[in-house]
Design a protein around this ligand. Sequence first.
Ligand code: ZN
Ligand code: ZN
Length: 130
Amino acid sequence: MGSGFSIVCKNCDEYSEYILGYGMLHSSLDAVLDLVPLGAQRQIFEIRLDHQPKDISYGYELFECSSCKTLHSRFDIRFKYGESQKFECNFYCGDCRKSLRRAKKDPLSYRCRNCGEPSLEHSYEMCPWD
Ligand SMILES: [Zn+2]
Ligand SMILES: [Zn+2]
């Protein structure tokens, strides 16, 4: 099951929700394929022409933009194929178009996507989730 949390900016009141994990409907690779960017869907399609994906994992995860220091939630698909090749989605920051990497820090240590200030705090509003 998935979970989520929400963050609000003390400086500009920008509210954002982040989801993690995946829901009940996402039961197979085909069921989640349209949640990833089109480029990744094409790559997966081409890999599957020749290979059977193994060790498939997917779900919403947190990514960070190292350029504008913001936090993003993206649906990621990863699997292994062939001898020892790995597939991972490539994501880009919606704000500055730099590539995103997996977030390692506390969600509150990132900057607000609206005003750029490092003034985030947890919001008490609950996210709806299936
Ligand atoms: Zn960015
Ligand atoms: Zn802000």
